[in-house]
Design a binder for this molecule. Structure first.
Ligand SMILES: [Mn+2]
Length: 323
């Protein structure tokens, strides 16, 4: 298992022959970082989970990691906006490649993602995970809770993803209820951001719907999420369908009335100073995207999270202009 996947980079024995792997997965490298499986001294490992068997409507987000990596390259050139620094002068980041999965044995996928996450977290790095459908957050949360204890979840989404299932099924609309019941999310410290779907219960989450955010503004929304999280370990799960289809058309279950990309970015940047332990960016479906709109937005929120980690580690913000 540890030697499988990304064979173009990792196969050492021969230049000949074909090999079996997910041809739709593999590393292009996020933000032009080095591809590496050596995590000594590494602060953050960026990794893809190219899996979309758990979608309920349009598929395609197994191609998300490659699209987000490809879209990220234009952020790799200049100093980060609005921070005014190069985050990689402070923060050591590698592209760890993708989790190697066997989608034709779906019962293996959850444990394999969790093992992949354990490998990274136990080596001492934080994870920035590129999905994949939103179901991948469940094994990621299990691995993070093993390391950090129950996490405060800040979930960007059009949907609550806390619907009941039969306890055996694995879809991208029920995993946060399962995670809450397992105690790996502290719902009392968690916030769902941008919702515009209905569920009879909130299961203890604070829900900031998109209409509420549109009426009350980003600052008020950020304040709620910050106060709830306190000093708890914060895991951000960013489903791109939290954004409006105008800003994120390339996704499987788009819902009108969502956040603009600027609102999402302002929200992420507003989480500065919290105990940020992990992030995933999920549900980018390139076949439904146009002009890389969705993939660029996804790459940018991920990039800004890295900048917050760099700032927490001492990178000095340079302010020019009115921010
Ligand atoms: Mn979701």
């Amino acid at each position: 298992m540890p030697d499988e996947g990304d064979q173009a980079f990792r196969r050492k024995d021969t230049t000949r022959g074909r090999w079996h792997e997910m041809t739709y997965g593999g590393a292009l490298s996020f933000l032009r970082r080095n591809y590496s499986r050596d995590l000594s001294g590494v602060d953050v490992a960026v990794t893809g989970v190219p899996y979309d068997n758990a979608v309920t409507f349009r598929p395609g987000c197994r191609l998300g990691p490659q699209a987000i990596r490809a879209a990220s390259v234009q952020l790799a050139e200049l100093k980060a906006f609005p921070f005014g620094f190069d985050p990689f002068e402070t923060l050591s980041v590698v592209d760890y490649g993708d989790a190697h999965l066997d989608p034709h044995h779906p019962e293996t996928v959850i444990p394999d993602i969790e093992a992949h996450a354990d490998e990274i977290l136990q080596a001492g790095a934080r994870m920035l995970t590129l999905g994949g459908d939103h179901s991948i957050a469940y094994p990621l949360l299990r691995a993070h809770a093993k390391k950090y204890g129950p996490v405060a979840l800040i979930q960007f989404d059009a949907h609550c993803d806390t619907w009941e299932d039969d306890g055996k099924q694995y879809d991208h609309g029920s995993m946060f209820l399962r995670a809450a019941r397992e105690g790996i999310i502290d719902t009392g410290k968690s916030t769902q951001v941008g919702l515009r779907s209905f569920n009879d219960q909130d299961f203890g989450f604070e829900i900031l719907t998109s209409p509420w955010i549109h009426r009350n503004g980003i600052d008020a929304a950020v304040k709620v999420a910050r106060e709830r999280a306190g000093d708890a370990p914060v895991y951000i799960s960013f489903d791109v369908d939290g954004m409006d289809p105008a800003f994120a058309p390339g996704t499987g279950t788009p819902v009108p009335g969502g956040l603009a990309s600027w609102q999402a970015l302002e929200f992420i940047r507003g989480l500065d100073g919290l105990n940020l332990v992990g992030m995933d960016v999920v549900e980018v479906s390139p076949p439904y995207d146009h002009s890389e709109i969705t993939a660029i937005a996804a790459a940018t929120v991920a990039h800004d999270w890295l900048c917050l980690l760099a700032k927490a580690k001492g990178a000095a913000v340079v302010e020019t202009g009115r921010l």
